[in-house]
Design a protein around this ligand. Structure first.
Ligand SMILES: [Zn+2]
Length: 840
């Protein structure tokens, strides 16, 4: 895909450099026509070279309610393009010797409490004044319309402080130009409309240009109405209650008049050349640095290229001047989309561009991830983003995918995954895609990679799915304290301080927060205080805490108390990873534990959980010895009696004696003529000996430990604050390939423990909210186009202990960032996955 794109860019570049003449008109025409077809342009365009119009066209309607067609004399709200007209007003008054650019504005607006601001500060956006929209919203009465004098009164009364001293910085601000207009009115003794008419519009012979605002009684001819197109419909999107002001906007004009206006900048029809030059110079700040802005003109290249855009509600406009080659481009649009702007800028500047691509998915039941009921609709995807959801008709030539009445949902987010490690070898990530997962959350249980290395992996080898990550506490300990054999102690304060620096750095690069695996040897010896200190750094960076608890069996309650305490003390959201009740004595207590978590939530602690839908786990046999006393027969017997069922717990691999692979602990015990407790100790000792002899070996032993009760799993899955995860990898435990489809098939369709909409919510928006991912997990315009199309009647997991990589049924298509990556149980070999950072 990247190669094709590159080729396309090269071709475009070559063509565009091959010459002038009809090239620009041809490209403008095809781009604007295409954008009009996909409802991203409704406007007019004019392009001229050397004083001659090479191309002009009107595409669309003046008023979407009547369908009256546009023409090149139609007058649009220029929005911020108005500013150059008002700047000219000031220049005219300076030539009339009625004011000077370095006059203090208090000379003309004595009510204002800003003694250091000059007229030039206003013209160049260096005044430091705050924007008026927020101020007006704060103090307006319901039916107020803001006027220039009203704005002056507001600033005089409320005296909002400056954001910086005048001349110190450049910051675009509309207030500046409303004050410019007010000064013009007070100095000239005319209202802005009369002043413009007399001094600019009549002298230049402009026919379609006027000031219009909400206080004006009559709507002129050829007046364009702003609107917006959304989800297949059109809505008025025009002037609002701030639009009694002039100066920053509310000048109306046509492309024809704007070209006449632009041409006048080569003449002395309005002011002298030397005065015009003042308006086109970069502004100079107090410290001598410059900003690329003149008086109402952006400076692309001093002396050669000038530009300004203007956007207000439905209107999105641009004017480009190439003074060196005497070229001019004006484009005005009234349907709220600014998508055309970078494209016409690129064409004007002979740069490559890429047209947006849309796909329409029709005939689907949309379950949008928020929990609301399914609804029949179509979904349009544009490039990487969802563009519209509703009753949508295909655009001419648009790719259409018929969803055949099946369910379309946001791509699933797996909040606890161990798949990232295999994506270098298996970039198609079938384990995720076959169950509808489009984003995995890595860095779990205290482990994981540094963000730089994840980013480097994406650069080296693109993959099919998105990856987000936490920063692991154990990884931090290893980095600071040394290898895994150094971790059987608590960290010193100096070591904790070093960890905090690395953690903060990872947070700044987009880590979701801190993960711990307190049950594992690498973190078990860390103190509660170490975790709290790291969690506080995470909280300062607006991250989250996620934890494989210190115990999932004999000390589960203490472990839950610990995570609640972390949430309370560090004041950040905390999530229990793969929540389970693994002590036989506690089976059936899910309702009580969940009530406890609810009471913590009532207290204000944002505690949540994820859960995978299986009654057996996959880990090392050592987790069965919480005190790490692996050769203590009492502990071994305790494990057999209380924390797992040896007759139902399978050893999937055992490097020291591969004969055992696939057998239960009870079966292996029978082979060895031992009790299960003796076997457990024996296997751990043999695995340790094997590891000592083969220091580079990994995954030497594992156990699929049956230790949960079906009823507890169902209760935990159904809790309102539980989202679904897999805790899976590319093989091993079947959860790696089947968790999400197992919930949809077994728990939703067969056992009906929750509705389909609720299950989808737990796989999408709730998951995104629990880990802090923005813009994914909801099927709505503006969200990333990660989608899954599935058949709710047939969806089910097929992965099993015997065949952990068996693909699910019923997942029909999966899209990641707008690209179809999975179809008919096959990867399409597109790799559009991205690194997903923390939402701010
Ligand atoms: Zn874990």
């Amino acid at each position: 895909m990247r190669i094709i794109l590159l080729l396309l860019l090269c071709l475009l570049t070559q063509v565009s450099m091959s010459g002038q003449g009809t090239f620009i008109p041809k490209h403008l025409d095809s781009v604007l026509q295409y954008l009009q077809n996909i409802h991203h342009f409704n406007g007019t365009v004019l392009y001229a070279e050397n004083g001659k119009i090479q191309y002009k066209k009107a595409l669309g309607v003046e008023d979407f309610r009547t369908g009256k067609p546009l023409n090149t004399h139609s007058a649009f709200n220029l929005a911020s393009l108005s500013k150059q007209f008002f700047a000219m007003g000031i220049l005219i008054l300076t030539e009339q010797r009625k004011l000077h650019l370095d006059d203090h504005i208090q000379q003309y607006l004595p009510e204002l409490p800003y003694p250091d601001i000059t007229i030039q500060h206003l013209l160049q956006h260096t005044s430091g004044l705050p924007e008026y929209f927020d101020l007006f919203t704060l103090y307006k009465e319901a039916l107020d319309t803001l006027t220039n004098e009203g704005l002056i009164q507001l600033y005089a009364d409320k005296k909002p402080p400056l954001e910086f001293a005048p001349g110190e910085r450049w910051a675009y601000c509309n207030t500046n130009y409303v004050l410019i207009s007010a000064i013009i009115e007070r100095v000239s003794g005319m209202n802005a409309a009369t002043f413009m008419d007399k001094n600019i519009i009549k002298p230049l012979g402009l026919k379609d240009t006027y000031i219009y605002h909400l206080r004006m009684p009559e709507v002129p001819e050829n007046h364009v109405v702003g609107y917006r197109e959304e989800n297949g419909g059109s809505w008025l999107h025009d002037l609002i209650n701030v639009d009694g002001v002039t100066g920053d906007g509310n000048m109306y004009s046509s492309v024809e008049d704007l070209w006449t206006w632009e041409q006048s900048w080569y003449t002395e029809k309005l002011v002298k050349k030397s005065t015009l030059e003042l308006a086109l110079k970069p502004c100079i700040l107090k410290d001598g640095k410059t900003a690329p802005y003149g008086f109402g003109w952006g400076i692309v290249k001093p002396g050669e290229m000038y530009q300004h855009t203007g956007g207000w509600n439905g209107f999105a406009n641009i004017i480009c001047r190439d003074v060196k080659n005497k070229r001019c481009l004006v484009v005005l649009n009234s349907n709220g989309s600014g998508m055309y702007i970078p494209l016409v800028q690129a064409i004007f500047e002979h740069k490559p561009y890429k047209l947006p691509r849309t796909t329409l998915i029709t005939n689907v039941q949309v379950i949008d991830g928020t929990g609301i009921p399914a609804r029949a609709a179509s979904v349009r995807v544009m490039d990487e983003t969802i563009e519209a959801v509703g009753q949508l008709k295909p655009y001419p030539g648009e790719t259409v995918v018929d969803g055949q009445g099946k369910v379309l949902a946001p791509g699933f987010i797996d909040t606890h995954s161990h798949l990232a490690g295999s994506t270098e070898d298996y970039p198609e990530a079938l384990a995720a895609l076959n169950q509808g997962v489009t984003t995995i959350v890595s860095g779990q249980d205290g482990y994981g990679s540094w963000i730089d290395s994840i980013q480097a992996q994406f650069a080296r080898k693109p993959i099919a799915i998105n990856i987000a990550t936490y920063t692991g506490q154990t990884a931090l300990r290893e980095m600071v304290m040394g290898g895994s054999d150094q971790l059987k102690r608590s960290a010193t304060q100096q070591e904790i301080d070093q960890m905090k620096v690395i953690l903060r750095n990872e947070m700044k690069k987009g880590s979701l927060g801190l993960s711990t695996g307190l049950e594992y040897a690498g973190a078990y010896f860390s103190t509660h205080d170490e975790v709290i200190q790291l969690a506080k750094v995470t909280a300062e960076e607006k991250g989250r805490y996620i934890s494989h608890l210190r115990s999932e069996d004999i000390a589960l309650k203490e472990a839950i108390s610990e995570i609640i305490e972390i949430g309370r003390q560090a004041k950040l959201p905390v999530q229990i990873s793969h929540f389970k009740i693994a002590l036989k004595d506690d089976w059936g207590t899910a309702p009580q534990l969940l009530a406890w978590l609810e009471s913590a939530r009532t207290e204000g602690i944002d505690i949540t959980a994820d859960c995978y839908p299986y009654v057996f786990w996959n880990s090392t046999m050592k987790v069965l010895f919480p005190k790490t006393d692996y050769n203590n027969p009492v502990s071994a017997q305790y494990a057999v009696d209380h924390t797992f069922d040896p007759a139902q717990s399978i050893v999937p691999r055992f490097a020291a004696n591969p004969v055992y692979a696939g057998k239960t602990i009870s079966e292996i015990a029978a082979l060895r003529q031992e009790t299960p407790a003796q076997t457990l100790m024996g296997l751990i000792a043999e695995a340790d000996a094997y590891e000592a002899a083969h220091p580079d070996a990994t995954g030497i032993e594992a156990i699929l430990g049956k230790s949960m009760l079906e009823e507890d799993v169902a209760n935990i899955l159904a809790w309102a604050h539980t989202n679904i995860c897999s805790d899976g990898a590319n093989g091993g435990h079947p959860r790696g390939y089947g968790s999400f489809t197992r919930v949809l098939g077994m728990y939703v369709r067969e056992q009906k423990i929750m509705s389909l909409e609720t299950a989808i919510q737990k796989m999408t928006s709730l998951a995104a909210a629990h880990v802090g991912i923005a813009n994914r997990g909801i099927l709505a315009p503006g969200y990333a186009a990660d989608l899954v199309l599935f058949d709710p009647a047939t969806v089910k997991d097929n992965a099993s202990v015997q065949n952990p990589r068996a693909l699910s049924d019923g997942i029909l298509k999966v899209w990641v960032n707008g690209h179809c990556v999975y179809e008919d149980q096959k990867a399409t070999k597109w790799y559009p996955g991205k690194f997903v950072g923390r939402k701010e």
